[in-house]
Design a protein around this ligand. Sequence first.
Ligand code: NAP
Length: 308
Amino acid sequence: MTELRIAIVGFGKIARDQHVGAIAATAGATLAAVASRNASLPGVPHFATIEELLEKGPPIDAVSLCTPPQVRRAQAAAALAAGKHVMLEKPPGTGVAELDPLIAMAEEAKRTLFATWHSRYAPAVEPARAWLLTQRIKSVHINWKEDVRVWHPGQGWIWEPGGLGVFDPGINALSILTRILPRPVFVTAAELAFPANCQAPIAANLTLSDIGGLPVTAEFDFRQTGPQSWDILVETDQGRMTLSGGGRRMAIDGETVAEAPDQEYRELYGRFVKLTATGARDVDLAPLRLVADAFLLGRRNIVEPFVD
Ligand code: NAP
């Protein structure tokens, strides 16, 4: 098999924590270059920008965009114009419509555009989806609360327009929700808490439903200290399913039925390699549409300024 030569663009937290190791562990993938203004990886060709990479870099087949969402559209367009396959970190964009021209470019060029949702590859997500297909679902509650100072230290882009604030992790929950429920859901109401000095919410409560009136609620909070929670609780006529740890563990009435170590990014790169073999696209915008609708519908409360 020919190796897919991948360049990582934006060498920050997630690139270091997950992408480098996942590429190394994926058959058919190899890390060929890094493009990042301030960071590099010893032994790997380095370029400051994607433009420099595309102009002067070694031969590559694909880029994996690990930059903040505000700059990814232009980078994806540059890569597709240069004939490269593109993998996008989540969220795929700062708005929904900006994906349309990228999808069109990818189709035209017969190149892969892969909008990743890493949480969908958490080990208990598919077992949860399969189990829920056999149940009558009565209600769903998402409890997604983490300490922004622990998980996103110094990431000022999160608080800027397009940075999503608490929806940066919250969209992971919505990516799981939209995978495990048998029917599409939509936002019916939202309450967003904006720090007085920020352009993105630090907390949000959402109410959602489906065509059958299923009650779905979601609490997202970046101010959580102490125990952190990345949990989805589903009440069914045959018991309560708990999907915890960001999709790593599934329990029914408290008894664990699925649990495995995290391999999310290896799965992502395995899928990317497969998609590029035929130049296929994988772009599901359902989680981003829910976040966009929360901003459209949300009642805004101003809360105390956030200082990192
Ligand atoms: P990060 O630590 O801030 O890293 C992003 C990197 O992109 C920065 O180190 C920076 O490197 C580069 N960058 C920042 N602003 C830029 C700009 N204006 N133009 C060009 N490059 C810029 O952020 P991250 O946590 O890795 O997150 C990146 C993306 O991955 C986000 O969309 C996030 O939602 C997603 N993600 C993060 C996590 C996580 O746990 N952190 C998990 C899953 C997904 P240089 O200064 O060297 O250019």
